[in-house]
Design a protein. Structure first.
Length: 255
């Protein structure tokens, strides 16, 4: 993957490469969270509403993928399509792809677990694909040492063996969403795959060029109730400034 400097675009600007659509994945059961976190409150809105809104400010259309039995629980904004997901993440991506119009040239894949990604980040990954990449993902440099921990069971019970080698910080990134792809590349790998893994890896394995842009420190991954509390603190920090949404989003990316 190439590491590049992000660029920004403007939603609705004329672009010969065609429309950009976003798929917001929110069909998970929230096992680690303890329930369907996509409807947890964040700043007076359901968690899923935040990426839907940010994607809508940067893309021409949005598809949100929800659990079949929860489709009626939240009414998406006008113009946003809601479709039922599947048992696995890849099934939900494919459900979203089926709802994205055939003329879309760029497809963004994101999730409810990254509610604080700003519209500027969505625009950046879309712009990178429009500039020629097959895919674009945001990532942060490693600031902590990452070690492999191997569980060991002995006579005295479980102990953990820490391997000596660490991941090199220079060549590894903590990858966030949203991800953007050339639509034909993403559709092709999902059509051919029998077992899907992470989308950017699939496109890269098929010969596509994936670029890594600068991520946003405040774009945290909400997996646990404690991380949701942190997201609430980050969001409150910018809301307390009393600024318009777009300015607040810019401040959030700098937190």
């Amino acid at each position: 993957m190439d590491v590049v400097t992000p660029t920004t675009g403007r939603a609705g600007s004329a672009d010969p490469s065609g429309p950009a659509w976003a798929i917001v994945l929110a069909a998970g059961g929230g096992t680690r969270f303890g329930g369907p976190k996509q409807f947890a409150d964040l700043g007076g809105r359901p968690l899923v509403a935040h990426p839907v809104r940010a994607a809508g400010l940067a893309c021409d259309g949005v598809v949100v993928v929800l659990p079949q039995h929860l489709l009626e629980r939240w009414t998406p904004p006008a113009g946003v399509l809601a479709v039922p997901g599947g048992a696995m993440r890849a099934d939900s991506v494919r459900a979203g792809l089926a709802a994205v119009p055939a003329d879309a040239e760029v497809i963004v894949v994101t999730d409810a677990a990254h509610p604080l990604a700003t519209p500027a980040l969505y625009r950046a990954v879309v712009a990178a694909v429009r500039a020629g990449a097959d895919g674009a993902v945001p990532g942060l440099p490693l600031t902590e040492v990452v070690k492999e921990v191997v569980p060991q069971v002995g006579a005295g019970g479980r102990t953990d063996l820490v391997a000596g080698a660490s991941l090199p910080r220079e060549t590894h990134r903590l990858v966030q969403t949203p991800h953007a792809f050339r639509a034909s590349a993403l559709r092709a790998v999902h059509a051919d795959a029998t077992e899907a893994v992470e989308d950017s890896a699939m496109v890269a394995d098929a010969g596509g060029r994936i670029v890594v842009l600068d991520g946003e420190p405040a774009n945290i991954h909400v997996t646990t109730p404690e991380e949701l509390d942190l997201a609430r603190l980050l969001l409150k920090h910018v809301q307390d400034e009393g600024e318009p949404d777009e300015h607040s989003a810019a401040r959030l990316s700098a937190v």
